[in-house]
Ligand binder design. Sequence first.
Ligand SMILES: [Fe+2]
Length: 335
Amino acid sequence: MLTRSLALWALALTLAAPAFANEVNVYSYREQKLIQPLFEAFTKDTGIKVNVISASSGLEQRIKTEGANSPADVLLTVDVARIQDAIDAGVTQPIKSAVLDKAVAPQYRDPDGAWYGISMRARVVYASTERVPQTAITYEELADPKWKGKICIRSGQHMYNNALFAAYLAKHGEAKTEAWLKGLKANLAQKPSGGDREVARDIAAGKCDIGLGNTYYWALMNDKEADRKPWAAATKVILPSFEGGGTHVNLSAVVLAKHAPNKDSAIKLIEWLMGEHAQHLYADMNYEYPLLSEIKVNPTIASYGTLKPDKLPLSEIAKNKKGAANLVDKVGFDN
Ligand SMILES: [Fe+2]
């Protein structure tokens, strides 16, 4: 009897083992509810277990402090600022993958492989369907006095606006950017406040006519958030462009941790995130623009029109972030 239960026990072990023979440790800045379905699908596809540590700040510092003993394999991050933070903290190692080089266009990855973009979002204009007849706009026009008292926006120091302002600075230089920020500030209906959804809320309430928001928030409100659906219904999305350029975009991206203990599984995960299954989830659950070209954007996102991403390299935006933050302070944008 003893022999038999031992044998059963051994059988149970062999059965259980392959399911989680491998694991990968992910440090993540992305919202848990967005990424959990992705990781569950990855585990189902590959048998590799994903352990997640989520935080809203300080992950690259944590990896740095953990040093050579860090369990981190992969850092999932959003925004050019945080990608740069990870590089500056020295916690990355080059990702070498022919699969990724083929899947991700050169402008959406680091030339040295320190990071790869996974999905994209754009910073766009939400406009009142009732009070704003125009269907096209430039970022430059936001400082036009015709919008006086009509614009709502979140803090000028929030990373979404900071990246846009840094792009403006890279294109136009300091003097013109300062003048533009002053003009934009002069057009505000109220002090910068709230998040991107609240911009749509305030337009719906008639406090302002236009404002800035990311592409996915409007889609989420329209398709998934019944209580906020009226805010989407009162607004439309206009894809703005820089004069002579395209629409400002930002990325969600992935880096491979310098001391990744499960490097092979980490590369598998990163390649999987750029595969069809995951890219569909990014497009349809997160309402982001997939970076794998054969995957279609979600129909709600497609209804905004065809995105023409601005060509300014992310490295140029990263270089100008500090300068943009200083100008925001200088003109008292948030005061
Ligand atoms: Fe966001």
